[in-house]
Design a protein around this ligand. Structure first.
Ligand SMILES: O=C(O)CCC(=O)C(=O)O
Length: 305
């Protein structure tokens, strides 16, 4: 099976682009069919139990059964390297096309995916700006597509945004990520610095299989899941400009591992190009989605038969 087509993004016209620039985020409902939502949900327990299709570990894996605290939000980054159902979604060309349309980039790469599993009675994720984590890149830009696999609910820790906060000053890496006390505290401090008196977060209320795009500069986070029975599962796909390079700044304690010595370029093996105006797309993607092997097209076709 190849990477997914996401026809709902065909609805992104000038009005949607304007709204994205005005608010710093944009909701697109009904992106995935029920069968796809079910297939993706089924991967979560497998992944967190360490059962990987490809035998390759994700780049970040927070939360282990029997070792980690039961009441924290579980997350895992670059699950596409481990799991082909996740890969077929996050390597979709339509995601890169939509991100480029919203941002004006000439093309988009996958920076990283993050799968988020907020089980009943788990804690918040502190408000932050995704761009703060991109200091290892030039330009330090990102746009995220957050896809929910459950109907969202205010009591179940849905994602929330400070509208217009993409125009506030940028902040360095946040002090806290798992918001223990006031998960909005960092956002409120940034609002004060920007001269915004009382920011009112917008809580995302959408059916399962919908998504929200947000600019890397937009403040966002999620409250606790106070319910006893509702799951809140989501996949965040962080895309970066196709022409991004490693920066000369310090930073990138995880992803700078993928920099070759003396070479600022991003290798498509780790940061694949999803879509570009020139038609460029990393050539191993569809073969990988079909076979789990990252090999060049003629070999991938032979493996698939
Ligand atoms: O799902 C969440 O609670 C946090 C999501 C997030 O921070 C992101 O996708 O950038």
């Amino acid at each position: 099976m190849a990477a997914l087509d996401l026809p709902a993004f065909g609805r992104l016209g000038a009005a949607e682009v304007d709204r994205f620039h005005r608010d710093g985020f944009l909701v697109v409902e009904h992106l995935l069919p029920e069968s796809q939502i079910a297939a993706l949900r089924e991967r979560f327990p497998r992944l967190f139990a360490g059962r990987f299709d490809t035998g390759v570990y994700p780049d970040e894996w927070y939360w282990r059964e029997g070792m980690s605290l039961p009441d924290v939000t579980r997350h895992m980054a670059n699950a596409w390297k481990a799991d082909l159902t996740i890969a077929r979604l996050v390597l979709s060309a339509d995601l890169g096309r939509a991100a480029s349309r919203l941002t004006g980039w000439s093309g988009a790469r996958l920076g990283q995916d993050t799968i988020w599993w907020k089980a009943p009675k788990t804690k918040p994720i502190a408000h932050h700006q995704d761009t703060s984590f991109m200091d290892f890149l030039d330009p330090a830009q990102t746009v995220t597509c957050w896809i929910t696999l459950d109907d969202t609910h205010p009591d179940a820790g849905t994602l929330e945004y400070a509208p217009g906060s993409h125009r506030w000053p940028l902040t360095p890496l946040p002090d806290a990520f798992h918001g223990e006390d006031d998960y909005r505290a960092q956002m409120k401090a940034a609002a004060q610095a920007a001269g915004v008196a009382a920011p009112v977060p917008v809580l995302i209320d959408v059916p399962a299989g919908s998504c929200v795009f947000h600019a890397g500069e937009t403040w966002h986070g999620s409250g606790p899941n106070t319910t006893g029975d509702r799951m809140r599962r989501a996949i965040g796909i962080h895309m970066i400009p196709a022409n991004a390079q490693f920066s000369d700044r310090a930073g990138g304690y995880i992803y700078r591992r993928y920099q070759r010595t003396g070479d600022p370029s991003l290798d498509e093996s780790f940061f694949p190009i999803l879509w570009s105006t020139t038609g460029q797309r990393t050539d191993w993607i569809d073969g990988y989605c079909a076979t789990g092997r990252r090999v060049k097209p003629p070999i991938a076709q032979a493996l698939a038969v």
